[in-house]
Write a new protein. Structure first.
Length: 148
């Protein structure tokens, strides 16, 4: 997601990039304020998605997952809009924010779906072989029955 924020900054400086070329773009200084914002944004992104339960991957229906993802991406898009507004970005447009929302929503939704599918393979075994006997084997058998 940090790459998307950097991409947004690049789009925001598109006129300068086109005017000065690649060398001009690479000579752009990264201010401590912008670097700090990127760090804070990454931490807030993680916290926001965590609070919405998107990293727990226990959504039972697709609608709930979509709503939580949309809420999280909306909050972070508003945070980005606030930062760009306070910085009085020259090329500040709604198109940049809409693009950011759509891309982050799509990526976060795909991430949740892929991770959830991958976890199900390990959490819901089809066949289990329990080697041994006694209390531990009985406990393992009961846990396997609960999972299925």
């Amino acid at each position: 997601m940090l790459g998307l924020v950097v991409g947004t900054v690049c789009v925001n400086n598109e006129s300068r990039i086109l005017q000065d070329g690649l060398a001009g773009f690479l000579s752009i200084r990264i201010t401590p304020l912008n670097a700090s914002f990127c760090f804070v944004f990454a931490v807030l992104w993680n916290q926001c998605m965590e609070k919405l339960g998107l990293y727990q991957n226990d959504f039972k229906n697709f609608t709930s997952l979509m709503i939580h993802t949309a809420v999280g991406c909306s909050i972070m898009t508003m945070f980005l809009a606030l930062y760009l507004g306070l910085r009085q970005a020259k090329e500040f447009t709604a198109l940049v924010l809409i693009s950011f929302f759509v891309i982050t929503f799509t990526l976060e939704l795909c991430r949740a779906l892929v991770v959830n599918r991958q976890l199900r393979r390990f959490v819901e075994p089809r066949r289990v072989v329990i080697l041994g006997s006694g209390r531990r084997a009985s406990k393992a058998w009961r846990e396997c029955l609960l999972i299925q």
